[in-house]
Design a protein around this ligand. Structure first.
Ligand code: 5GP
Ligand code: MG
Ligand code: MG
Length: 180
């Protein structure tokens, strides 16, 4: 595992500190409001698990799964809902929790789709933002880290469904991609 990693971009310790700050900001902003936190499977699960434990107000949790990338490292641009919410959102403030905003196509799709269901409010929180690759304009309300244009794994993010459990956000060695 470790021999596949070229560089650690963000350490687990740095993530921990930042997630705490995000949780505090969210708790402050949604005080007294009915907040539904929507985790986007699978990439956001580790971030979501850490984030919600830093949130000090009552919340409810739900999940959506979407497909945007195939098995490779570039976006297909086609977004499909694989799993939808279990609850209606008209009476709720909705916060989408994402792993990374890259081209922005996935987030744009999610925002448009959820906005059409008329929630009380709709915002987004992502642990990583790769602004250099943006193709569509999307608003990010809570952002963990801005990173350069690297394909990263760890802290929930995968390459071919692997490396999600790494505690740091890492760049893989080029030969890992060449192998597959
Ligand atoms: P977007 O639609 O913004 O281009 O991409 C969103 C999705 O693509 C993310 O939720 C994530 O699943 C995947 N993605 C984008 N950049 C990366 C990356 O650097 N590493 C990994 N593992 N996935 C990425
Ligand atoms: Mg995602
Ligand atoms: Mg993926």
């Amino acid at each position: 595992m470790r021999e596949d990693i070229a560089q650690v971009l963000v350490t687990g310790e740095q993530i921990k500190q930042r997630v705490k700050e995000l949780g505090e900001a969210i708790s402050r902003d949604y005080e007294g409001k009915d907040l539904l936190v929507v985790g986007i499977l699978k990439g956001a699960i580790i971030f979501l698990a850490d984030l919600v434990r830093e949130i000090t107000i009552p919340i409810t949790l739900d999940f959506m799964a979407v497909s945007s990338y195939g098995s490779g490292t570039s976006s297909s641009g086609v977004v499909r809902i694989l799993k939808d919410l279990e609850v209606p959102v008209e009476d709720k403030h909705v916060l989408i929790v994402e792993d990374i905003v890259d081209t922005g196509l996935t987030l744009k799709y999610l925002l448009d789709n959820l906005r059409a269901r008329q929630p009380l409010s709709l915002k987004c929180c992502t642990i990583l933002d790769k602004p250099e690759r943006r193709l569509v304009d999307v608003q990010i309300d809570y952002r963990g880290f801005c990173i350069p244009d690297y394909f990263v794994v760890g802290y929930g993010l995968d390459y071919n469904q692997k490396y999600r459990h790494l505690p740091d956000i890492c760049v893989l060695k080029p030969e890992v991609y060449r192998r597959s």
